[in-house]
Design a protein around this ligand. Sequence first.
Ligand SMILES: Cc1cc2nc3c(=O)[nH]c(=O)nc-3n(C[C@H](O)[C@H](O)[C@H](O)COP(=O)(O)OP(=O)(O)OC[C@H]3O[C@@H](n4cnc5c(N)ncnc54)[C@H](O)[C@@H]3O)c2cc1C
Ligand SMILES: *[C@@H]1O[C@H](CO)[C@@H](O)[C@H](O)[C@H]1NC(C)=O
Ligand SMILES: *[C@@H]1O[C@H](CO)[C@@H](O)[C@H](O)[C@H]1NC(C)=O
Ligand SMILES: *[C@@H]1O[C@H](CO)[C@@H](O)[C@H](O)[C@H]1NC(C)=O
Ligand SMILES: *[C@@H]1O[C@H](CO)[C@@H](O)[C@H](O)[C@H]1NC(C)=O
Ligand SMILES: *[C@@H]1O[C@H](CO)[C@@H](O)[C@H](O)[C@H]1NC(C)=O
Ligand SMILES: *[C@@H]1O[C@H](CO)[C@@H](O)[C@H](O)[C@H]1NC(C)=O
Ligand SMILES: *[C@@H]1O[C@H](CO)[C@@H](O)[C@H](O)[C@H]1NC(C)=O
Ligand SMILES: *[C@@H]1O[C@H](CO)[C@@H](O)[C@H](O)[C@H]1NC(C)=O
Ligand SMILES: *[C@@H]1O[C@H](CO)[C@@H](O)[C@H](O)[C@H]1NC(C)=O
Ligand SMILES: *[C@@H]1O[C@H](CO)[C@@H](O)[C@H](O)[C@H]1NC(C)=O
Ligand SMILES: *[C@@H]1O[C@H](CO)[C@@H](O)[C@H](O)[C@H]1NC(C)=O
Length: 591
Amino acid sequence: MCPKSLLLALLCLPSLCLAKIIEHAGDLNTQSFDFVVIGGGAAGNVIANRLTENADVSVLLLEAGGFDEDDLLVNVPGFFFNTMGSRLDWNYTAQIGQNNRTGPLTRGFVLGGSTAINGMVYTRGTSEDWDRYADLTGDSGWSWDSVQPYIRKNERFTPPADNHNTSGQFDPAVHGFNGINSVTLFGFLHHLDELIIETSQIPETEFPFNLDQNSGHQLGIGWSQSTIFNGTRSSSAASYLAPPFRQRPNLHILLHAYVTRILPATTNQSHSFSGVEFTQDAGETLQVVTATKEVILSAGTIASPQILLNSGIGDSESLSELGISPLLHLPSVGQNLTEQALLAYIWVVNSTDPRDFAGPNATALTAEYLEQWKETRTGPLVNGGLTTNCFLRLPDNASIFESFEDPSAGPNTARIEVVFSSSDIGMFTVPTPDNFIGASPNLLTPASRGFLTLNTSNLLDHPLINLNLLSSEFDMFAMREGVRSVRRLMEAPPFQGFILQSTINATTDEELDEYIRENVVAGLHPVGTASMSPKGADWGVVDPDLKLKGAEGIRVVDASVLPLVPAAHTQAPVYIVAERAADLIKAAWYL
Ligand SMILES: Cc1cc2nc3c(=O)[nH]c(=O)nc-3n(C[C@H](O)[C@H](O)[C@H](O)COP(=O)(O)OP(=O)(O)OC[C@H]3O[C@@H](n4cnc5c(N)ncnc54)[C@H](O)[C@@H]3O)c2cc1C
Ligand SMILES: *[C@@H]1O[C@H](CO)[C@@H](O)[C@H](O)[C@H]1NC(C)=O
Ligand SMILES: *[C@@H]1O[C@H](CO)[C@@H](O)[C@H](O)[C@H]1NC(C)=O
Ligand SMILES: *[C@@H]1O[C@H](CO)[C@@H](O)[C@H](O)[C@H]1NC(C)=O
Ligand SMILES: *[C@@H]1O[C@H](CO)[C@@H](O)[C@H](O)[C@H]1NC(C)=O
Ligand SMILES: *[C@@H]1O[C@H](CO)[C@@H](O)[C@H](O)[C@H]1NC(C)=O
Ligand SMILES: *[C@@H]1O[C@H](CO)[C@@H](O)[C@H](O)[C@H]1NC(C)=O
Ligand SMILES: *[C@@H]1O[C@H](CO)[C@@H](O)[C@H](O)[C@H]1NC(C)=O
Ligand SMILES: *[C@@H]1O[C@H](CO)[C@@H](O)[C@H](O)[C@H]1NC(C)=O
Ligand SMILES: *[C@@H]1O[C@H](CO)[C@@H](O)[C@H](O)[C@H]1NC(C)=O
Ligand SMILES: *[C@@H]1O[C@H](CO)[C@@H](O)[C@H](O)[C@H]1NC(C)=O
Ligand SMILES: *[C@@H]1O[C@H](CO)[C@@H](O)[C@H](O)[C@H]1NC(C)=O
């Protein structure tokens, strides 16, 4: 053993080298840190990782949920639909916004946050989405070109679980291979995907093949990319808090720590914040830690505005009405909630191919496939929510555009995504005893806006969430046309003999509207409740550098700061925001 490794071995006493994940605040040896990060989800874990690259910086990460590295519900990609409503879910209920219906708004309650329970779909949004963020915020640092380095810092493109030849299934030129979070192509080929890709190769098709939908141009059909490594989910906890990172002596991770409020540095109503209040016993006792530099709020689109409101940061009048002392009047907190709208569309198929195993035999097959997954990390359970995607524009000459501004970011940005499901159909109600697949329209660019408010002054109560889906006439139009697009797609020659029956019969505008209102659900990509806006704007919650407007000591870094939902599933955009935020924080403190 050479002297250096001997020294390392000696230093590596168990107490020093144990993972820095603790469950009791009593095990922290200080109450003061440079940074306190609230929420260990997509964004929070990026911040915790990047700030502790500098050994002189101390970070405490507070997460309300727990962490079990070997949790099959998290690790097996094919189990993702079982996470909804499980012990890993906050179980929020939201007003859907149509026909007075309520529905679940699933959010991850575990280290890794929603990246530990999501469908793992990796979509960045289009160049137009990012360029619009730059325009809206007045900060060119949010443009597509400017965020490229942050995409690369996040992404590590890896071979698929089945090691198949991926040539022609993605464009290596637009990907990063040295980042932290694994992104990959399908590791098990479904029959449905073969038919979808075949359709994209028909000359003159409305649904043409796109080599890489993450190139900035997303329209058409392509192979989907997922945050999976070697057949296992790559959550923000598995990637950004992997053992070498989580063992940094300057990074402290406290689980089961439910943050209730952010506190001012002094009691004189100042707008300088440094305290973070949390509970580990359902509110019986409240503890406080201090951030000497900044508090980073990364609790997500629902909990971040809730924590701000609990702290007296929001619309002063409505806070007073609830009996909460207003500290900082920011009426946009909780407003402009923007969520995609999904309509499950199930199709009965003519197949006994076990690869289309969503039907009656799913349970028995799942047990068999789990054995295969455990042994070799192969088989149908290695795939995430999507293995192919289809992004659609809808007709630009429709009369609706005479009275409505196009809510999409530009002509190369989709308004509708067709969400295909073969193995992962479990998220939808099973309507038939036959084998079936899903091809479901998802409204990517809603014009409708919802909102979130406190229900009571009890710090632990869930907020009132109104998604207000499809309240805009434009959104109803887009959903109807989405259904019709899916029907045209399913009539393409490759599907003949495979698709047996549509389970939605509505055809006229009126029939479709009625069906859509009764069945639409949350797309689970909400943003906007602590929106960025230009410095000095009379709306918005944070400046383009993500600092809370009118305050010192707080930055918000998570999905809530996106002013509009991108035409995408939102985890990659949140990773990008967080990677840039880490650089902004380092620059502000010369770290
Ligand atoms: C079921 C589901 C499927 C999805 N599928 C996809 C997909 O396939 N692809 C995709 O791109 N996106 C998907 N998303 C969305 C994506 O996961 C989110 O946009 C992204 O994770 C948001 O990141 P965030 O950092 O804002 O919040 P989160 O990742 O949700 O992290 C917030 C963290 O804060 C913690 N927290 C909250 N409140 C408190 C508190 N009071 N105290 C302490 N900690 C707290 C939470 O427990 C959580 O760990 C899905 C989401 C869900 C729920
Ligand atoms: C959500 O509901 C599930 C099922 O009832 C439960 O096990 C879980 O504890 C709930 N989540 C939270 C955060 O309470
Ligand atoms: C929704 O509820 C309100 C108030 O209870 C009621 O007036 C309205 O008719 C309901 N709408 C529908 C579509 O059920
Ligand atoms: C993968 O496929 C491409 C195109 O079909 C081919 O050119 C290439 O040689 C293959 N690579 C390997 C490693 O087999
Ligand atoms: C609050 O107190 C701090 C330090 O005690 C002081 O610097 C600040 O000016 C005070 N703010 C107000 C609004 O009184
Ligand atoms: C909502 O966002 C828009 C910009 O998209 C802005 O003009 C408006 O003021 C915002 N509303 C609130 C209440 O913040
Ligand atoms: C279910 O499995 C049984 C037994 O293997 C098989 O006979 C049947 O065709 C399967 N059903 C479907 C719809 O795949
Ligand atoms: C993937 O997992 C399998 C099964 O556990 C293992 O044998 C293999 O070494 C892993 N591959 C990589 C690249 O980690
Ligand atoms: C839109 O354009 C298409 C193709 O160019 C045409 O068939 C259709 O009639 C047009 N629709 C309207 C409403 O103008
Ligand atoms: C809001 O609070 C009331 C009164 O405590 C309660 O009955 C209701 O269920 C709460 N609503 C939600 C959505 O939690
Ligand atoms: C079902 O598929 C089989 C073979 O793939 C085909 O022979 C049969 O005609 C199809 N049935 C229907 C109703 O299309
Ligand atoms: C759709 O129409 C068919 C044929 O008329 C009927 O058998 C089926 O029950 C209808 N399905 C629904 C969901 O209404």
